[in-house]
Design a protein around this ligand. Structure first.
Ligand code: HPA
Ligand code: MG
Length: 220
């Protein structure tokens, strides 16, 4: 499983590892919006797999956070779907057990990507309170996460945990990794499940790889 680029992820389980040679599933095997035909290369992680993995992360979080009240900080825009589904699963588990976890949900907006490239400037567009659990869709170099953590720490929460759906194996990782990771993926640009390319593809349920023609079509 491991290759040279594999990084040791933190937390209890470092996420489901997707290897560099994973070709994804053929698009013909799944349903996806017609307006994206020709724009995608493959289905990389099907929606159902994301949901099943999220359910497990919810269980891990419930187990670790015990009876603490949690303040969820959803990192917009790419984190909204993951955060919403994760909160739903935590609520469902909480309903069905004595182990109940009061939650409030807050939002922060970050932006650092243009086309498929990270830009130097990270914009924090709107922050409210403070946090215990921050839900982020994707972590690559970890730079954004580091900045965000500094910001959150200033509110002096009792405990901070970060949940990230995807962690990318990038050579220049800052070593800053989420406590809960859905999937560890190769260094490829992916879209869908609220992850965008210049604001496109957020309305795609599966996580997919964008095609070269898709990149050109939506380039700014
Ligand atoms: N897709 C969308 N947004 C991103 C990605 C990605 O692969 N990496 C960092 N931001
Ligand atoms: Mg984006």
């Amino acid at each position: 499983m491991a290759d040279d680029l594999t990084i040791q992820t933190g937390g209890k389980d470092g996420g489901i590892v997707i290897n560099d040679d994973w070709p994804g599933y053929s698009l013909e095997l799944f349903n996806y919006p017609k307006h994206y035909s020709g724009d995608l290369e493959c289905v990389y992680i099907p929606h159902g797999v994301i949901m099943d993995r999220t359910e497990r992360l919810a269980r891990n979080i419930m187990g670790d956070l015990g009876d603490h009240d949690i303040v969820v900080l959803c990192v917009l825009k790419a984190g909204y779907q993951f955060c919403a589904d994760l909160v739903e699963r935590i609520k469902a588990l909480s309903r069905n057990s004595d182990h109940t976890l009061p939650m409030s949900v807050n939002f922060i907006r970050l932006k650092s990507y243009v086309n498929d490239q990270s830009t130097e400037d990270l914009h924090i567009v709107g922050a409210e309170d403070l946090s215990f659990l921050t839900g982020k869709a994707i972590v690559d170099t970890g730079k954004t996460m580091k900045t965000l953590l500094k910001h959150v720490e200033a509110f002096r929460p009792k405990m901070i945990k970060v949940a990230g759906l995807l962690v990318k194996r990038v050579p220049n990782s800052s070593g800053c990794l989420p406590d809960y990771v859905g999937f560890e993926i190769p260094n490829r640009f992916v879209v869908g499940y609220a992850l965008d390319y210049n604001e496109y593809f957020r309305d795609l349920n599966h996580i997919c790889v964008i095609s070269e023609s898709g990149k050109l079509k939506y380039k700014v």
